[in-house]
Design a protein around this ligand. Structure first.
Ligand code: PLP
Length: 381
């Protein structure tokens, strides 16, 4: 390639885009198999459901796949899936927008509400997509300091600090809150969130990202449904990628005031969900037994992981999600590497400014046992 010309290729790129460092996802299993010549690899790096997707969904999807005319565009309005979501949340379908994963919706919201001269507010250690979407719009990121390491909710969102900072930043047009947050697993109580929503001016959009809602203990799960009536500036996002085990198909949705849904519909591509994803979403919502089984497994195994890891003298961040973030009190990169060499993929947290931590997805019983065994071995070496 001719390198002398590459500056021409970036000269007219938008400044926000040039500032972005591309998101680095959890390593795929076959990449590690290829790299290290390992046959038996497990991935606990992307918060995927260890049970996979519901067997009922898989069966119905396989049957439909043979019947479908793949030459036809999908239903761009997502009518049937929206009807199901509407019934599930007791909300009007006009409040629902479908996305290619909920990531899609987070980007649409930034496209609508963020840009040069405007600011987007989110916490330190918050989900990486908030910062990526903000930069892509060339908007200012207002990073709210998280709770300190010695707080009861270390590195968690400090919503009082959000409110305070909001008073000083009239340029903020959009706020992202992840509850629970990824990569920390930390959460805010329903009371904290409600008090925060009451403090936000009506023209500022608040996105409550509930990707891990189902994994929370019932007493800690906010019921955002009545808030949507009280706070028209609230947008709630949900995904089929985590508890429903459909990450590969890319489907998520938002609940919002119909006016915001109308804006979202203007920026999304007309067919942003493929027909199998739409169908899978419908079927998945119907199988709440599978959701219950997934929650049960996660709750039990999350407790076991925390207990065992703490027993090894390591620290664990408080978590209400399907992952635990483990602190080693020193650079965790060598631990991450040693786990890879044993065929176990976890997520290092250096890119989140938490280099002493790794994030580990709660896997199946066998996967967790294998992870714990490997970790014990590595610490003893
Ligand atoms: C995984 C995740 C999402 C959603 O991912 P999609 O697959 O795009 O739906 C959203 N927010 C957080 C905090 C996540 O961890």
């Amino acid at each position: 390639m001719n390198n002398s010309k590459t500056s021409e290729l970036t000269r007219n790129a938008l400044p926000g885009i040039l500032g972005i460092e591309a998101y680095s996802p959890g390593m795929p299993i076959d990449e590690l198999q290829r790299k290290l010549g390992l046959a038996d690899v497990i991935k606990l790096a992307s918060n995927e459901n260890p049970l996979g997707a519901s067997p009922r969904v898989r069966q119905a999807l396989a049957e439909q796949m043979l019947k479908q005319n793949l030459a036809l565009y999908p239903d761009g309005s997502g009518y049937r899936l929206k009807q199901k979501i509407a019934a599930y949340h007791q909300i009007d379908p006009s409040c629902i927008t479908l996305g290619n994963g909920s990531n899609d919706l987070l980007e649409f919201l930034a496209r609508i509400y963020a840009g040069p001269g405007r600011a987007v507010m989110f916490s330190d250690y918050a989900f990486a997509v908030y910062s990526l979407a903000t930069q892509a719009q060339d908007a200012d990121a207002v990073l709210v300091p998280a709770y300190p390491a010695n707080h009861a909710m270390p590195y968690g969102h400090d919503l009082k600090a959000f409110s305070k900072m909001l008073g000083q930043r009239p340029d903020v047009s959009l706020i992202f809150i992840a509850n629970p947050n990824n990569p920390t697993g930390t959460w805010n109580t329903p009371e904290e969130i409600e008090t925060f929503l009451e403090s936000v001016p009506p023209q500022v959009i608040v996105v409550l990202d509930e990707a891990y809602w189902d994994y929370q203990d019932p007493g800690l799960r906010p019921d955002a449904r009545p808030w949507l009536d009280r706070f028209p500036n609230l947008v709630v996002t949900r995904t089929f990628s985590k508890i429903y085990g459909l990450a590969s198909l890319r489907v998520g949705y938002s609940l919002s005031h119909p006016t915001v849904a109308d804006l979202l519909n203007r920026v999304r591509q007309p067919f942003n969900n493929n027909s199998l994803a739409l169908l899978a979403g419908e079927l998945a919502l119907e199988d709440q037994d599978f959701v219950r089984d997934s929650v049960e497994l996660n709750t039990r195994e999350r407790e076991r992981l925390i207990r065992e890891v703490e027993g090894m003298g390591l620290s664990v961040l408080p978590t209400q999600a399907n992952f635990v973030s483990i602190g080693f009190g020193r650079d965790a990169k060598p631990i991450h590497q040693a786990l890879l060499e044993r065929g176990i993929i976890v997520r290092p947290m250096g890119s989140y400014a938490l280099p002493e931590y790794v994030r580990v997805t709660v896997g199946s019983v066998d996967e967790n046992t294998r992870f714990l065994g490997a970790l014990k071995e590595i610490l003893a070496a």
